[in-house]
Ligand binder design. Sequence first.
Ligand SMILES: NC(=O)c1ccc[n+]([C@@H]2O[C@H](COP(=O)([O-])OP(=O)(O)OC[C@H]3O[C@@H](n4cnc5c(N)ncnc54)[C@H](O)[C@@H]3O)[C@@H](O)[C@H]2O)c1
Length: 251
Amino acid sequence: MSKDQETAVVTGAARGIGKGIVERLVADGYRVIALDRLEEVHDVAAQLRSAGATVEAVSIDIRDRAAIATVMDQFGPIDVIVNNAAITSTHRFEDLTEEHFRENFDINTVGTFIVAQEGARRMRNGGRIVNIASRSFAGASQMAHYVASKAAVVGLTRAMAIDLSPRDIRVNAVAPGVVDTEMLHYMTPERQREMLSLQLLGRIGQPEDIARAVAFLASKDNRYITGQVLIVDGGRSLGQGQLPPEDAPNA
Ligand SMILES: NC(=O)c1ccc[n+]([C@@H]2O[C@H](COP(=O)([O-])OP(=O)(O)OC[C@H]3O[C@@H](n4cnc5c(N)ncnc54)[C@H](O)[C@@H]3O)[C@@H](O)[C@H]2O)c1
């Protein structure tokens, strides 16, 4: 590890968007600490290491504060934290159980808080934190538990940006729209087709699309942006699909 190399911690790094973020941060020259409760996180790290990257993997549950603190002590000081690990599911509101609701909060919101706090305690001044929210923080069907947990992540991001500003730590959120990962595989092919028809740019997002936005907010280039939510959804949240061109009225 060179003297100038920065260290980035990424949660939920075994697959999907988290894996895409690890690959991007490695390409940008960071030493990456990849965390996930799935053992596959070791395969991700091994593959990148064989290509010359500096990556460490730890199997860990982000809710385990003592284990997170140990990892931060072992690999700190930290320059960047990307809080990406989360779960989701769909349920009719009438059937949504308190257990589902609490579990989503426990992982998506409290887990994010734990990693951010233990990381911030060991972060160099001038560090950056990126929390992965979801475009659905503004509302989504049959996901009240997930929507509420991600709206809380947005609130947490804004509050952290204020509280950590004296140390010049910039804290932002990225809110992805629909991205092609295992998280989407619970959808029927019909629902996936419907989703595609709603995408203004004509395609479902790829993990790399999210990783690019994260990479900017996590970088030293982000000098003056904090407390913001960057929606990365191919324009879907504009609420308007493409209409066929109309004949010019006065032609
Ligand atoms: N895929 C999408 O369409 C989409 C849309 C909006 C937001 N997001 C957000 O992007 C992030 C990544 O989503 P994804 O689609 O890659 O999901 P994914 O399910 O493919 O990956 C999530 C990863 O987080 C890990 N994880 C979950 N709970 C954990 C815990 N308690 N401790 C440690 N690791 C844990 C999982 O093992 C998994 O590897 C999530 O925050 C998700 O809410 C995804």
